[in-house]
Design a protein around this ligand. Structure first.
Ligand code: AP5
Length: 215
């Protein structure tokens, strides 16, 4: 299974990718997670990408594509790419990297959500500082306030969740990522899901699409 999850920041790509990776037993590869752990681990990659993440800007294409090629495509035969590609340059480079390896995508699942809803989701998001599980103060609250249901870790806000950085991320999305949806639509790969539905309905719709294209 080779899938891309595409959509605006806050659409629920990460939430659904974690669940689908568990259900279908495939690798969940999130470029956002890879970059955040590089920053937290003070690695060489982290030092380069930190300023982009902190300002809600996209990391340059050549670096991002190299990371995906080396860390995901070389090692895994079944994967969900969450948050890559998000520019036309990255989409073309993914097509090339897959061709070089004799692989092709099964589908690109596009999580459609309007800007206003995306802002609400991003500013209310909380993440477990221990295991990384996602919550939302209103839409997906933990059973005990401030504490992760899975591991008891403390729930924190992501550093790119301030209103200003969220607006910047959405602008980057509209300018650079919307054309990626057209790129895959023209190739007959795009499957659109209404991401404004409650989480379990989005999960159901995502699973249905995957079963149709892959099984
Ligand atoms: P990344 O981590 O990929 O951030 P993003 O795409 O902005 O996506 P998010 O993680 O914010 O949202 P999501 O769609 O995964 O939603 P989530 O499931 O979390 O990237 C971060 C940064 O890394 C970028 O800004 C950039 O700098 C860099 N980067 C990453 N990839 C790159 C690339 N390819 N090229 C260049 N730079 C790159 O859900 C959001 C919230 O909503 C949560 O609180 C959740 O609980 C809640 N929620 C989820 N589903 C629902 C629902 N159905 N109803 C109600 N609430 C919901």
């Amino acid at each position: 299974m080779k899938l891309v999850f595409l959509g605006p920041p806050g659409a629920g790509k990460g939430t659904q990718a974690v669940e689908m990776a568990r259900r279908f037993d495939v690798v969940h590869a999130s470029t956002g997670d890879i970059f955040r752990s590089a920053v937290e681990g003070d690695s060489e990659l982290g030092a380069v990408v930190r300023k982009y993440l902190d300002n809600g800007k996209l990391v340059p294409d050549d670096l991002t594509s190299r990371v995906v090629g080396g860390m995901v495509l070389d090692g895994e035969s079944s994967f969900i790419l969450d948050g890559f590609p998000r520019t036309l340059g990255q989409a073309r480079s993914l097509t090339r990297m897959l061709e070089e390896r004799g692989l092709e995508l099964d589908a690109v699942i596009y999580f459609r959500l309007d800007r206003e809803e995306a802002v609400k989701r991003l500013t209310g998001r909380r993440v477990c500082g221990e295991c990384g599980r996602n919550y939302h103060v209103k839409f997906m609250p933990s059973a005990k306030e401030g504490q992760c249901d899975a591991c008891g870790g403390e729930l924190i806000s992501r550093s790119d969740s301030s209103r200003e950085v969220v607006e910047q991320r959405l602008e980057e999305y509209e300018k650079k990522t919307v054309p990626v949806a057209d790129y895959y639509r023209e190739r007959g790969l795009l499957k659109t899901i209404d991401a404004s539905l409650p989480p379990d309905r989005v999960t159901e719709a995502t699973q249905d699409v995957i079963e149709k294209v892959v099984l």
